[in-house]
Design a protein around this ligand. Structure first.
Ligand SMILES: N[C@@H](CCC(=O)N[C@@H](CSC=O)C(=O)NCC(=O)O)C(=O)O
Length: 302
């Protein structure tokens, strides 16, 4: 399916383009995404790509417009890919009733409950379909897909961590082994199989409920299956001390950190930072955006 350009904006000497295409992973629905290509990219100089997964209620525009990522990525010569957060237009009864489930809340998993299984496959969409569709497009978009990293916020932080760790462990069939060089997250939902958001999502999307989610889509559980000597990782997590969802027990980053240390990951491999006074908003994200882009650049440009 050829990509259709929806809009183009020049930004930091590069170009941000919104595309849409008929997504097989999302049951034939039209999917949109934003892609930033830095000025230094060309057919003879393909650039690495950093994928940003946004959170609940967001679209492909939220991170692109509010994240403050493009300037640092332009400086580093890194492309940025901004997928949407769910299929749109599936018409599943109740999919738009709650802001934390259904539309805008795809949880970066592949649904197994029949009502959602046709369309709610954001895992395949992000890890397989988007790289394939962009790489094969006749436009000749100059990205080097052997150099990918991934990051995200909240539900998107959950998505980034679980996609990265599952790829590292070879869990599930949606990613190439070690498809990503590094992962980072802002206020990630780190232990969703025991948090309200995660239990609601896993119960609503997965036939096996929270138990199925625990095995495949829980960063704390996945990092607990890693062996630090066999699975070297590059992980950066930031969260705000005043984050209302942290206080509400939705994020549980302390569980992820505890498990990572238990399996032998030190501060260098798994860095988790509590940022005093910050909340869950894009004001927090944009403050530390450059840190995250430069963190990934260390590995994407190595
Ligand atoms: N509508 C909700 C608040 C929803 C919210 O805060 N969404 C976050 C992500 S939460 C987990 O993924 C977000 O990124 N919002 C977009 C933004 O621009 O801030 C409510 O009423 O509480």
């Amino acid at each position: 399916m050829a990509l259709e350009r929806v809009s183009m904006n020049r930004v930091y000497d590069g170009v941000l383009t919104k595309y849409r295409f008929k997504s097989a992973a999302l049951g034939g629905l039209m999917a949109q995404f934003n892609l930033f290509i830095p000025a230094n990219a060309s057919s003879t100089h393909k650039v690495p790509v950093l994928i940003y997964l946004a959170g609940l209620t967001c679209t492909e525009d939220t991170g692109a417009q509010k994240g403050n990522f493009i300037g640092p990525a332009a400086k580093e010569g890194i492309a940025l890919l901004f997928p949407d957060t769910s299929p749109r237009g599936a018409g599943v009864e109740g999919e738009d009733k709650d802001w934390d489930f259904g539309v805008g809340a795809g949880f970066y998993l592949n649904a197994t409950i029949p009502a959602y299984a046709t369309h709610y496959n954001m895992l395949t969409h992000v890890t397989k379909e988007l790289p394939q569709v962009i790489a094969s497009d006749e436009l000749g978009i100059p990205i080097d897909w052997t150099r990918q990293s991934i990051f995200g916020h909240s539900m998107g932080g959950h998505g980034a961590l679980t996609i990265y760790l599952a790829s590292l462990l070879g869990v599930g069939d949606n990613t190439q082994p070690k498809q990503y060089r590094s992962v980072s997250a802002f206020a990630p939902a780190s232990n969703p199989s025991i948090s309200p958001w995660g239990i609601k999502a896993f119960t609503g999307y997965l036939q096996g409920g929270a138990e199925e989610g625990k095995v495949r889509y829980d960063a704390t559980e996945l990092v607990g299956r890693c062996k630090s000597k066999e699975n070297p990782v590059h992980v950066l997590v930031d969260y705000g001390s005043e984050d209302q969802f942290l206080k509400g027990g939705q994020l549980l980053p302390e569980n992820f950190l505890k498990k990572a240390r238990e399996v032998g990951y030190d501060e260098v491999q798994v860095r988790v930072r509590k940022q005093e006074g910050y909340d869950h908003s894009y004001f927090f994200i944009s403050t530390f955006a450059a840190d995250h882009v430069h963190f990934h650049a260390n590995f994407l440009k190595a």
